[in-house]
Design a protein around this ligand. Structure first.
Ligand code: NIG
Length: 427
């Protein structure tokens, strides 16, 4: 790219540009890689200049250049929400009410609710219905500053519906600004028609669903829910090994409700991430650290399910494990697109510092998706960035559950502007 091409877009007037391009924060006062009073220049969807505003090359500002004034807010990379189940039909507010009266996630599932109820509604929905229902969820994520999201199947549990869900993800990826990364999660639950013969369902997963999805390029990752009432470690190992052979990278729902060796299995399979981890053991933490598996935490669902224990974010970070934070938006365990709340709970309940939490929701999320180009800002990288209405990342988790994303830029284009942005300014 020529150094003389005029900028398409310039962001200036910042308190700082947090790049997340450098070492992760270390220690309680650890800072994020940043440029004080930085500016960003964009050409063709990529970052073409990143440095102090005083060094912004004025000759590259043309009449056609769109200029965004951050008004003293900070700019950072878009959030990478690396664990969502946002394609689904039906609501589960009735089970939410039961949970408020003390019913557990497992009890609700055993009584025929839970994932099974979303499977029924999702099977009945058309592809168009699924696309229409997921659109507003993606708009809400965008308004929080999300520029890339992973989306799982797992509410079909048969060939046609798993494919339908992943086709919906593909269509949604073409119709709105957030980049979507699809994951096959046929091992989310045993479907009702196979309850008496789980081995038969695993064979359907391995011999029918996986090859169909892989051959059509409908998924990048293959996930499995290792849990009492879902899949055993042995079952997940056999499916994820076949998935890896078919070119899909393994990842796992691990150690959420009970400690079932999920983290150790993720390490053994060189999974990209082990997700949830409320019940991870010390041996599991050590295994993740050794294998370089990302620990992906979803504290909103811990809160939403009223679980007694949050994932040990502090211990994981101190053991050198890369942490990602995600919304886990889904109809059962986290009906929320609120990344701001995710950041707050990661600090208050998992023990991360605000800077660590910000890193985990950007660079950590990108690492969970094995995307080295995302979650950071650097010259030559994608111009996926957010102008926040506050001057430091520290303010985000402090201001509980409130989004401060004023402007969201995806690939150099303004994708979202908060209507009441000035009302939210906390500079
Ligand atoms: O990541 N834990 C399993 N899967 C989802 C919940 C799915 C649901 O209840 O519909 C999760 O929390």
């Amino acid at each position: 790219m020529s150094a003389h091409v005029p900028f398409d877009l310039v962001v200036r007037g910042t308190s700082q540009v947090v790049t997340c391009d450098g070492p992760r924060p270390s220690g309680p006062q650890g800072t994020l890689p940043h440029v004080p009073r930085g500016a960003v220049g964009v050409v063709g969807g990529q970052v073409a200049f990143l440095g102090p505003e005083s060094q912004l090359p004025q000759e590259r500002l043309a009449p056609s250049t769109k200029v965004l004034d951050a008004g003293g807010g900070f700019v950072g990379p878009g959030f990478v929400d690396a664990h969502t189940h946002l394609v689904f039909a039906g609501a589960r507010d009735d089970e939410f009410a039961l949970r408020c009266r003390g019913a557990s996630y497992l009890e609700i599932a055993q009584a025929g609710g839970g994932i099974a109820s979303t499977v029924k509604a999702t099977r009945e929905a058309s592809l168009d219905d699924l696309v229409a229902l997921a659109g507003p969820r993606l708009s809400r994520l965008l308004s929080q500053g999300v520029t890339c999201a992973e989306v799982k199947s797992g509410y079909g549990l048969d060939l046609d519906t798993e494919v339908k869900m992943l086709e919906a993800v593909r269509r949604l990826g073409q119709r709105q600004p957030i980049e979507l990364v699809p994951t096959l999660l046929c091992a989310h639950a045993i479907p009702p028609e196979h309850k008496a013969n789980r081995a038969a369902y695993l064979e359907v997963c391995r011999e029918e669903i996986l090859p169909a999805v892989a051959s059509r390029g409908l998924a990048v990752f293959c996930d499995a829910f290792v849990e009492e009432g879902a899949f055993t470690a042995e079952e997940a190992r056999s499916l994820l090994t076949a998935a890896a052979k078919a070119g899909l990278t393994p990842r796992l729902h691990a150690d959420q409700l009970s400690s079932g060796g999920g983290a150790e299995l993720a390490a053994e399979l060189s999974a990209s991430s082990a997700d949830h981890l409320e019940q991870v053991s010390a041996a599991g933490i050590a295994a993740l650290a050794r294998a370089g598996v990302v620990a992906l935490l979803v504290p909103v669902s811990t809160f939403y399910l009223r679980l007694p224990k949050y994932a040990p974010g502090r211990a994981l970070w101190d053991a050198g494990v890369e942490i990602a934070l995600a919304s886990n938006v889904n109809p059962g365990s986290a009906m929320s697109e609120n990344l701001a709340l995710t950041l707050s709970l990661a600090c208050l309940a998992c023990g991360l510092s605000p800077e660590e939490a910000y890193w985990a929701a950007t660079r950590g999320g990108a690492r969970a998706l094995r995307r080295d180009d995302l979650g950071r800002l650097f010259v030559g990288g994608p111009a996926d960035l957010v102008v926040f209405g506050c001057s430091t990342p520290r303010h985000l988790p402090y201001h509980l559950g409130i989004s401060h994303a004023d402007v969201v830029v995806k690939a150099g284009a303004v994708a979202y502007q908060a209507p009441g942005a000035t009302a939210l300014r906390c500079i």
